[in-house]
Design a protein around this ligand. Structure first.
Ligand SMILES: Cc1ncc(COP(=O)(O)O)c(C=O)c1O
Length: 445
């Protein structure tokens, strides 16, 4: 290690961070160093994988605000990917930024020993806004940790071992949540995962009823059924209307807990504050993440009823996280909840999502050689194409026209449209125009 060189290099980077408008030489330096850093020290695979380097220039993101972000060359993109769901409030919502700045001016992280106020105040708010009688919250740094905690709590409370999850589900990639995730490519290299998981097709309540009954009959009853109310990463799948009510009823009948993973669907994304509100179903444990940090800080949580939380109370150190629930993240989440409700973002998502979906369906019908279907709820929308290649070509065409979308992580056949819920109708109209142009181009190719 050359100590002086590292001090000089980190100082140069700190100067870049402090620069609002880097000059041309600085911009070129950042772009060059970013590509080299990915190639030599992050993972060169990203240079193949990312749309931003597969176009005719290299897009390195630098600034953002509202519904757009800009690259270092000043090109502007409407963000219809929404960071896979983190930007429900848009980029750097002023109220969230202010809350984090105000907190930072007093204290950044917590002592780990005294009572930290924001965790308690946020947990109280979470109890008020979550469905049913959910009351206690444990804060995490990510969605996967929220799912880990939920799984542990379900085993702790029920004393049972088995879990039911869905094929195509996405719950994260740490060992426990990956055990529930339903995609072979991500699970197989890491087998054996946590034992006790059974995967069933999503949307078929009858199968879950049968699995719960059979598990009970053979003496290995199910601790919990873990589901996304609407599958996101799996390609945006909305279940039939009787699905969640029947699963809820079956869980109650067999003494299994219902864990709903609203890491992606929570806080208004689907046109209701919680996706499970669409069907009037409350879980025993709810997980959240992504938009919970207001697009500014990382924070997740699992929330349970007072009854289920009982075994956690005698020893609160049973499940811990050094950074989970830190004051900066809690400040961001408190502001996020405030903004979601004050700006009526669930209602906006319902209205704008219905408009976009209707228009997208008309477009899709015009190009049957390219597109199969538009589906979704609120502003969680999936566009399915005839092949991975067609889906990729459309995503690329949109990117070239200044609109960012992404393939669902299960296959490139489904593009996700998941913009900030603060997006305007005019911006969505523009996105639809660009989509129409792109579809015509891909259709003609
Ligand atoms: C439903 C759901 N659960 C869990 C996760 C994992 O969250 P994270 O990537 O923050 O660990 C995701 C991420 O996409 C998700 O969509």
């Amino acid at each position: 290690m050359d100590r002086q060189a590292i001090i000089a290099r980190t100082q140069r980077i700190l100067d870049c961070i402090a620069t609002r408008e880097p000059d041309e030489a600085t911009r070129d330096w950042i772009i060059r160093e970013t590509v080299a850093g990915f190639r030599d020290h992050v993972n060169p695979g990203f240079l193949e994988y990312r749309k931003s380097v597969s176009t005719d220039y290299t897009a390195v993101e630098w600034t953002d605000g509202g519904t757009v972000f800009r690259d270092l060359q000043g090109r502007e993109f409407i963000d219809c990917l929404g960071g896979y769901g983190i930007y429900s409030l848009g980029h750097r919502h002023p109220k969230v930024v202010k809350a984090v700045r105000d907190q930072l001016a007093r204290q950044a992280l917590h002592s780990q020993e005294l009572l930290d106020p924001l965790r308690a105040l946020l947990a109280d708010v979470v109890a008020d806004i979550t469905p049913g009688d959910l009351q206690y919250t444990f804060f995490t740094n990510s969605g996967t940790e929220a799912v880990e905690g939920a799984l542990k709590l379900a085993r702790l409370y029920t004393g049972r071992k088995a879990f039911v999850a869905a094929a195509r589900a996405f719950h994260g990639k740490s060992m426990g949540s990956l055990s529930a995730t339903g995609k072979a490519a991500w699970r197989q290299p890491f087998l054996p995962l946590v034992p006790g998981f059974v995967h069933v097709p999503f949307g078929d309540a009858g199968v879950i009823e049968k699995v719960l009954a059979a598990a009970e009959a053979v003496g290995d009853p199910v601790a919990a059924v873990l589901l996304e109310p609407i599958q996101g990463e799996g390609g945006v799948h909305v279940p039939p209307d009787d699905y969640l009510p029947r699963v809820r009823e079956a869980c109650d009948r067999h003494g299994a807990l219902l864990i709903l993973d609203e890491v992606q669907t929570g806080l208004g994304r689907t046109g209701a504050l919680w996706a499970c509100d669409h069907w009037g179903v409350a879980p025993d444990i709810l997980t959240l993440g992504k938009a919970f940090g207001g697009g500014v800080m990382p924070i997740g949580a699992f929330v349970g009823t007072a009854e289920i939380w009982q075994p956690m109370i005698p020893n609160p150190m049973l499940h811990t996280s050094t950074f989970g629930g830190n004051p900066l993240a809690c400040a961001a989440a408190l502001a996020a909840v405030n903004v979601v409700l004050e700006e009526a973002l669930p209602e906006r998502a319902a209205e704008l999502g219905a408009f976009f979906l209707h228009e997208a369906r008309t477009l899709v019908a015009r190009y049957p050689r390219v597109a199969v279907e538009a589906r979704g709820k609120g502003l969680l929308i999936g566009l399915e194409f005839v092949s991975d290649a067609a889906g990729y070509a459309v995503a690329r065409g949109l990117f070239q026209r200044g609109v960012l979308v992404a393939g669902a992580t299960f296959n490139a056949k489904v593009i996700r449209v998941e913009p900030p819920l603060t997006i305007t109708r005019e911006e969505l109209e523009h996105v639809l125009e660009v989509l129409a142009e792109t579809l015509a181009e891909v259709n003609a190719a």
